[in-house]
Design a protein around this ligand. Structure first.
Ligand SMILES: Nc1ncnc2c1ncn2[C@@H]1O[C@H](COP(=O)(O)OP(=O)(O)OP(=O)(O)O)[C@@H](O)[C@H]1O
Ligand SMILES: [Mg+2]
Length: 638
């Protein structure tokens, strides 16, 4: 049972949901919702009440996802790019160092190979000379002219073709017999390391020899034996300057031979320079002097300090005008195993450096580009996440506010409903009570007519029972029960209502009832339907100034909205019709155009209709008057 809803503050003409709210609370709710929305959405007020992008203004402030993640992510990316670039830098530098070191090793190898190749040629020459019987005879006899005659052509060919610069014939006592390269100089004792070792070891000795004039010569000394007897020594030599140039050309490096000054005598060195028509700077270095080099000038940056660094076993990078040079040293030992100086390997790494620099720039630029791209994509993704997050947070916040507003509005509605309910109860009790009073007065007047008095008392008793039932329902409602449907024959219900109406309405207006031929039984609450019909009849009477009849009709009819089957219970009058300004407010509680009206009759009718899943319509008649239709669905029938 839900009888109490009968008096709920129905205030909308159409729609069940709207009806349940009521106009005044609805306005209030709408206003409150607008206020709530404005509080949440208006820019001017958002800052004061709620602003998702303004941290600190609200303890429920959403976290700024992008700001929280993008910074650390950018730092992490920068760190990765930094590590990557540094790693690439070190790898490239390692490769470059390795390349330079390999170049130094290659120089050393090629130098050794060339010495080996040259020594093979020298061995072949010495072998050819020693195999020549005429030469041997001349050597044994000490015949210089014969040696010149037999060996002069050979030496000339060796000098021009193979750069052989020295060929000695030396006796077993190491006293020189003849020099094919310097015929006028003989009779001196040769005590160079190669010669002494050849004598001591009695075998062929090969090695570099630093001459007093500052020449570095590759010498091969072989004992000249006849049977087991050593006839003397044959020595062949060549200056190595051309070897250095060949190696430099082959490996694209510049080379220089630096010899320690302590192995040279300044005057002799100067004489040698003059003889060989060479330029040299004795004072360029403190400890060394350059004997040969593949470039006209040594790099200006190669000074004493740099040389010191190199001698300490390091490699050195030098800037020589526009060139970037890499310098390394290879030790130079003579035939006696003495460390006499250094072979300076100078590599022009300008192009290599430039390539290295560009590759670094490219790597860093590409890394930054990639990092920027990743950061951008991440930023966009985070922006989306943040936007969705903020939107959701905003919505949740608004929902929270609306919920609070809703509860407030519910409280207001409850208060309003209470007022409406009190008015409705008064209205519902007033009409039957007026009928009871009238019928009681009539019964007093008709006291002489017992049957009539009896009938009137019966009506009074029924009206009283209705009031009693109504109040009982009120009590039941307060305990949470609902309204009571039951199969109700509509014809008798209408007749009873008309009878009560006649007792109430003083002018005794004629009432015509039009019913289907077959009895109609609907599953309705008869008391509520009677109330509704009574209200419609009363309104019709109040709107009818003359004596025109009021017509009640019950017709089978589909729902105007969805065509669902049902019944129309209509009340038609020929009165003043509904005023234009009243048309929109007919079902608004407390709306009335009558001075003694409460404005609750039609809201009650509408509420009864809605309780039965029906509806009420009102319209003016073309010929004057109004027609109110209470539509009840077919499933309300038994
Ligand atoms: N049959 C009708 N013809 C013309 N106007 C009507 C008719 N029925 C209702 N109205 C208009 O609708 C208003 C509201 O009717 P409602 O029954 O709700 O209240 P009321 O009749 O004024 O007062 P109450 O019924 O509480 O005594 C009426 O004041 C009247 O202006
Ligand atoms: Mg009324």
């Amino acid at each position: 049972m839900k009888p109490m809803r009968l008096f709920s503050p129905a205030r909308s003409e159409k729609g069940r949901g709207a009806l349940r709210r009521g106009v005044a609370p609805a306005r209030c709710a709408r206003a409150s919702r607008q206020a709530a929305f404005a509080m949440c959405c208006l820019p001017g007020q958002r800052g004061a009440h709620f602003h998702p992008m303004n941290p600190g203004s609200n303890p429920n402030e959403p976290r700024r996802v992008r700001a929280a993640f993008i910074g650390p992510f950018a730092i992490m990316l920068a760190f990765i790019v930094g590590v990557f670039a540094t790693a690439i830098f070190f790898v490239e530098e390692r490769i470059r160092e390795q390349d330079l070191a390999e170049r130094g090793v290659a120089v050393a190898k090629l130098f050794a190979q060339k010495l080996e190749k040259e020594s093979n040629l020298m061995r072949a020459v010495l072998h050819a000379v020693m195999s020549n019987a005429a030469m041997e005879t001349a050597f044994v006899k000490g015949d210089r002219k014969a040696l010149a005659r037999h060996g002069g052509g050979l030496f000339e060919a060796l000098r021009t073709e193979y750069r052989i610069t020295h060929l000695y014939f030396t006796g077993p006592d190491l006293v020189n017999l003849y020099r094919l390269h310097s015929p006028g100089q003989f009779g001196d004792e040769i005590n160079r390391m190669t010669m002494v070792r050849a004598r001591d070891l009695e075998e062929t000795v090969l090695g570099l020899e630093l001459g007093p004039l500052g020449t570095l010569t590759l010498r091969l000394v072989a004992p000249w034996r006849r049977d087991a007897k050593v006839l003397g020594y044959l020595e062949i030599g060549e200056e190595i300057e051309h070897l250095i140039e060949e190696i430099g050309d082959s490996l694209s490096v510049d080379l220089a031979v630096l010899v320690e000054k302590r192995f040279l005598v300044l005057e002799q060195w100067q004489r040698g320079m003059t003889l060989m028509e060479r330029q040299g700077d004795w004072n360029r270095f403190d400890t060394h002097v350059a004997l040969a080099q593949t470039t006209p000038q040594l790099p200006a940056a190669l000074d004493n300090r740099t040389l010191g660094t190199l001698l300490a076993g390091n490699t050195v990078g030098l800037q020589d005008l526009t060139r970037k040079l890499h310098v390394a040293l290879l030790p130079l030992d003579d035939a006696g195993g003495r460390h006499i100086g250094e072979l300076v390997v100078i590599r022009d790494i300008t192009a290599l450096e430039s390539m290295f620099r560009w590759s670094m720039i490219t790597v860093i630029a590409l890394s930054l580009l990639a990092a920027g791209g990743v950061l951008g994509v991440f930023g966009v993704a985070l922006a989306r996440v943040e936007r969705d997050y903020l939107r959701q947070h905003d919505l949740e916040h608004q929902l929270l506010r609306l919920n609070t507003e809703h509860h407030r509005i519910l409280q207001l509605e409850k208060l309003s409903a209470l007022g409406t309910m009190v008015g409705g109860i008064a209205h519902q009790l007033n009409n039957p009570l007026v009928g009871v009073v009238n019928m009681a007065e009539l019964a007093q007047r008709e006291a002489e007519n017992p049957p009539r008095t009896h009938a009137l008392l019966d009506d009074i008793r029924r009206a009283g029972k209705d009031c009693h039932a109504f109040l009982r329902r009120m009590l039941a409602f307060s305990k949470g029960s609902s309204f009571e449907r039951m199969p109700t024959p509509m014809g008798p219900l209408i007749d009873e209502t008309v009878l009560l109406f006649r007792q109430t309405e003083s002018r005794h207006l004629p009432v015509e009832v039009s019913l289907p031929t077959a009895p109609v039984v609907l599953d309705v609450d008869p008391i509520l339907i009677r109330h509704a019909l009574f209200n419609l009849l009363l309104n019709a009477a109040q709107a009818t100034p003359g004596n025109d009849a009021i017509v009640i009709a019950l017709e089978h009819s589909g729902n105007v909205d969805n065509g669902a089957p049902g019944w129309c219970l209509s009340v038609t009058d020929h009165g003043t019709g509904i005023a234009a300004e009243a048309m929109d407010k007919l079902f608004v509680p407390f709306f009335t155009t009558r001075s003694d009206g409460t404005g609750l009759g039609l809201p009650v009718v509408q509420h009864v209709a809605l309780l039965h899943d029906g509806h009420v319509d009102a319209a003016n008649q073309p010929g004057g008057g109004a027609r109110f239709v209470l539509w009840l669905p077919h499933n309300a029938t038994d």
